[in-house]
Every structure is written in C-alpha cells, then in structure tokens.
Design a protein around this ligand. Structure first.
Ligand code: ZN
Length: 636
C-alpha cells in the first residue's frame, strides 16, 4: 500500500542522487538508456542467481458447468438455462457461503430436488413449454423455486407479480417487511442494498422490477419488487430481479466501481447479504440443509494479521511485531518488498542486513509473502514478461509515480519469490502487490509462478467480507486456482490507527455475525500506536476469532473449497457424508435445528457439536456422520 508522503520525498532525493553517481551499465549495451543504474544502486548477493526454471502462464481453460453437476438430492439445484452466462460467479459465491449445490441443465432432474434456483433467466426462449409447465407446478407441489430474471414464459403469476419492467435507472434495494428470512439482517447496511451509486454517474447493471407483487422480500426505490415471494403451503416461489452471478463477479473481479461506496475499514456486506439470503431460503426449504462453515474450528471470525514491509525501518520493526505475535501463539504474514535496487521509492533494504531480519521473522515462525520488488504504483500496467526473469539480471527501476523500467509482472512475482525462499527456507504461497496495484492478468500470473493466495483487493472494493476464488483475467469464463483474501482493516486512513480501535472492533463484530473474514494490514514502519492497536484488536476479538497466517488460512480454505457435502434421510435420522480430498483440521458444518450428533458411531470420535455447529478435528477422505432429530414444531 501507499507509504507516507515523507517516505516518498526521501525516495525522490535518493533517486536524484543515484542518477548522478555514474553510468555503469548493469544491462550491457542492449539495454535502454533509462535502465542505467549504478553498482551502488544495486545490492548483489554473491553467488545467488535464479530462479533457473521458466514460468509459463497457463492458457485459459473455459470453465465447464458440468464440473458442478454432482452430488445428491439434499443440494440446492441450479437449473442453468444459459451456459453462456455468469454462472461461475454464482458457483463461487455459493462455495464461499458454504451452500452445497449441484448444477444441471435437465429440468426434470432439477425438480427432484427440494429447492431449485433457475439461472440466469426464465423465459419462453430458454425453456420449452413443457419445462415451463413443470416449473409452474413445482412450488404447488411443495418445492422452493427461485427464478433469477423471470422475463416470460407465463410464470409471472407463479412468482406473484404482474410485469417485469426493465431499467438501468435503479440504484437502491431495500429489504422490506418482517419476514423471518430477513430476521438476521439487523444492521442498516444489510437492509439497504444497492445496484449502483447514482451520484457516481456510472452506468449500472440492468434490473427487472416486478410490479404488483403482494409480499416482496426486497424492493427497488421505484416501488417495484427486487425479490418477490409467493407461498403455496409448504412451497415457495421467489423471483429475483437482477443477474446475481454477474453482480457477484463484479465484486470478485473488482470491476464494480459503480457499486463501491467506501475504500476500507468499513462494514459493507453487499454480496454477503445476497448469499446469506439464499442460505436462509435453503435452510427453510430443505429438511436436510447442511452447510459448510466459513471459519476454522467453528469460530465466528477468521482474522489474518498481515504486514507490508516496504520501508527501510520496517524490516527491523517487523521483528517486534513478530515477537508479540509469537508470544500470543499467533502467526502473522509479512509481505516483504524485495528491495535490492535503489530508486525513486526508497533506499535498498533487501541487503545483507535486511535478509538477517527476514531470517529472524522466519525463525519466529512467521509466514513470509512477497510484496514485489519494485513496489510500483503502475505494476498493474507492467507487461507480463518472459517468465525467464532472474536475479541478478532482473533489476526493475522505478523512475517516478507513473514510470518504471525493466519491470514485468512475472519478474516481480518470480524473482521476489526466489530470493525470499532462498533466504528464509520457506516456500512462498502468498502475495500482495505494492500500492495494491492489481493487474487484470494477476490471477494467472500468480498461478504461473507458484503462488496460491492473494491479498490484493480491498474488502469494500470486492463488496464482500468472505474469501473468494479468482478468475483468469478477472473475467467470467475461466477459473484460476488462486484464492483472494481482501484487506478489511488498514493503517493509512485517518484518524491514526491507534485512535480507531473501537471502530475496527465494531467492524469485526459485524463481520463475525456470519463467519466472515477480517484481514488486518499494519505497516511496521512504526511501533507505537500501531503495535498498540494490534494488541488491542487481538484482545478484543480473541473470544470469538480464529487467527492464522494467509498461508494457513489459505490452505484451509482451499481444502474446504474441495469438500463435498451431502445429507440423506435414513432410518431414525440423517446421514451426512463429507468428502474431503485434501486433509483439513477444524472443518465445521451447520446442521438443522434439533439435529443431534450420534456419538455412538465410531467415526464420531473427537467431533464436537455446539448447537447447530458441528466441528471435526480432522477430516480427509470420506467421513459419515449420523444424526438423530429431536422433536420439532411442525413447519406450516
Ligand atoms: Zn506496500
């Protein structure tokens, strides 16, 4: 992230001095004139060269919805009416919130589930008359039907509205009424959603407002319904008036500028409310609704303490933060700028002294991540590079705020990784760019260079407080095997960090209400009020938080992402089948109210149930849990 003006001015001074020193050319006669830097502006570690392998950016692989066509009847069925849609956003969102789902294009098959979400649209163009008739029958037969963008096909009455009116002039959505489904949304920002911010003057997502809806869950500012609701005894029908998958991808791809209200340090749960609403509907529709927890060991909040080391004094101070964290049994993530070139930004600090501190951080058990080499504001505009960049020939030079020479995305990623691994003995998996400069091609570049986790985005730009998976080029068509953990609380906004601990704790509390993620970023340029903040924050959230490094949480989250979850009604109770291809500790599942874990089953050893949350100490492969159900009031 940005450093202070003071540091920047020092940087300018150094750059001027370095230009004057001489013209020893590091790059040989073929190099561009701007790339001249002197030996004194470059730190050479004798005998250290690499990496020697080549980083190849994988070609995009078109995401195939059939990958999600698996699992049993307890899952939410997604009836996909157009594969050329933003279904990947919906899939990633459902995985984040932990709703087990199954995608299908077969109407009959979908309707064998208790709950069906039709995406991205219902109309006579995408569904046969026979399929439309079957959909119309479904809620009357007790099913729960959600239609996204119900535009025709004669189902208006089924969903309880008169007309769907298209507009690009709707900005606000208000959750209305006292329906039990909306009961968990108690914060003002959870009741007041949005499609865009009118004052920004940026074109917003087209929406469909449903007219004459008797009992809507949410309404647009023009009074039309954004989410209708119609009851059929046990059955329900809901029509949603916007492309939920596309909205989710706007956040996950950081392409929703028209929706971004605040930079950081705030609670802004826009996407999370939509996902939680789906979860609430799923839990009320499905007798055997079992969902995946979002926080390790059934805690309420995942907290990742992270530090950007991007200033001469920081690397030394970082050790004091590490000592505190270690004393508390915590592991922080230290994103290190591998600064072996003196330039506009700063002096060299990744030198013999600097790497001693890096070694110390590793020795304290902290995770090291990369914070690039150049720390350039225009990293997002760098060319991809060759994938052959290596130390010492790779020497990026930042000339000013908008110009850098000899720099590439792959060079920044792979050379920093190589050097940090060389000196720390760790395998680097986590990355955060300087200035949070975010190239569209970053997901696939991270994949090409062996990273797994990114903390590049801001939660408030991503419109979510949950982790999410990235896509190739931050578009809709192809998945990247990289997870993003966006920054929630940071230290550069005013008032100074030490003076806003209560506000930060309030944000953490709000996010913890639904198992969100809180990534804290503290630059260790000073100790003082920032270290005091960290101590106060840790104490404040400790009763309900799980703490981990980016790498620890990332490994857990990536393993969770592969978990398959199904429930089956059996004699005298329910059987829950959990399949975890990767081992993970502290996986939690949420079961319906009244379910009681049958601890007599041998496989239940060490498994804890607290209310509706069941936590498994360790799981790998397939595990079956048995539950009995206590007496419950009958559903109307
Ligand atoms: Zn930085």
């Amino acid at each position: 992230m940005e450093r202070s003006t003071h540091v920047r001015l020092v940087g300018i001074g150094l750059a001027v001095v370095s230009m004057a020193i001489g013209s020893w050319m590091l790059f040989g006669p073929g190099a561009r004139s701007q790339s001249k830097i002197t030996e004194a502006d470059f730190h050479r570690f004798p005998g250290v060269t690499g990496p020697t392998h080549v980083s190849a950016v994988p070609p995009p692989v078109a995401a195939d919805w059939k990958r999600y066509d698996q699992g049993g009847k307890s899952r939410l069925a997604i009836l996909l009416t157009d594969p050329d849609s933003s279904w990947l956003g919906l899939a990633h969102g459902l995985k984040s919130i932990g709703i087990p789902f199954r995608m299908t294009r077969d109407v009959k098959d979908a309707l064998t589930h208790d709950m069906v979400l039709v995406y991205p649209t219902i109309s006579g163009k995408v569904l046969s008359p026979e399929a439309l008739t079957q959909l119309a029958e479904y809620p009357r037969a007790g099913g729960t039907l959600i239609g996204v963008q119900v535009l025709g096909g004669g189902l208006n009455q089924v969903f309880g509205f008169h007309e769907a009116v298209a507009s690009r002039q709707r900005y606000d959505i208000h959750l209305s009424g006292t329906d039990p489904l909306l009961a968990p949304f108690t914060e003002p920002l959870e009741r007041q959603l949005r499609v865009g911010i009118k004052e920004k003057g940026i074109e917003v997502l087209g929406t469909y407002g449903y007219t004459k809806s008797a009992n809507p869950l949410a309404v647009f500012e023009d009074g039309t319904a954004a989410v209708t609701q119609k009851s059929y005894g046990r059955g329900r029908a809901y029509a949603i008036g916007l492309d939920l998958g596309f909205l989710l991808l706007k956040g996950y791809n950081n392409r929703g500028e028209e929706l971004v209200r605040r930079f950081d340090n705030q609670f802004d749960p826009l996407l999370d409310v939509w996902l939680r609403l789906l979860k609430n509907i799923y839990q009320s529709a499905q007798e055997d609704a079992v969902t995946l927890g979002t926080v390790p060991f059934g805690k309420s909040l995942s907290v990742l303490l992270t530090h950007d080391v991007d200033f001469t004094q920081s690397v030394k101070n970082a050790v004091e933060y590490a000592e505190y964290e270690k004393s508390q049994g915590l592991v922080g993530t230290y994103f290190i700028q591998v600064k072996y070139v003196r330039d506009f930004n700063d002096d060299i600090f990744f030198n013999d002294e600097g790497v001693r501190y890096v070694e110390l951080l590793a020795k304290e058990g902290m995770e090291l991540g990369s914070h690039t080499i150049a720390h350039s504001r225009v990293f997002s505009k760098f060319p991809m590079g060759t994938g052959r960049e290596a130390y010492p020939s790779y020497a990026p030079f930042v000339k000013d705020r908008t110009t850098a020479y000899n720099a590439s995305i792959l060079g920044e990623l792979r050379v920093s990784k190589f050097l940090l691994e060389h000196f720390s003995g760790q395998t680097l998996v986590s990355f955060r760019p300087g200035e949070l400069s975010n190239p569209f091609s970053l997901p696939q570049a991270l994949q090409a260079t062996g990273y797994r986790y990114s903390s590049t985005a801001i939660a408030n730009n991503s419109l979510t407080h949950l982790p999410y998976q990235l896509t190739y080029d931050r578009l809709t068509g192809s998945e990247a095997d990289i997870f993003e953990f966006p920054v929630t609380i940071e230290d550069e906004e005013l008032p100074r960090m030490g003076d806003r601990l209560p506000q930060a704790l309030e944000v953490a509390r709000q996010i913890s209400r639904y198992g969100g993620l809180c990534v804290v970023l503290i630059h260790p340029n000073i100790l003082d009020h920032k270290l005091a903040f960290e101590k106060g924050f840790v104490e404040g959230v400790r009763p309900y938080a799980w703490f981990g490094s980016v790498g620890q949480f990332g490994q857990w989250w990536a393993a969770r992402n592969q978990v398959q979850l199904d429930a089956v009604r059996g004699a005298g109770g329910f059987r829950v089948e959990i399949s975890a291809p990767q081992p993970l500790e502290g996986l939690a599942i949420e079961v319906p109210l009244g379910w009681q874990l049958d601890k007599r089953a041998a496989s239940a050893g060490g498994i804890e149930q607290q209310g509706t949350v069941v936590t498994l100490p360790a799981v790998q492969g397939t595990q079956t849990l048995l539950f009995t159900r206590g007496a419950l009031p009958k559903r109307s």
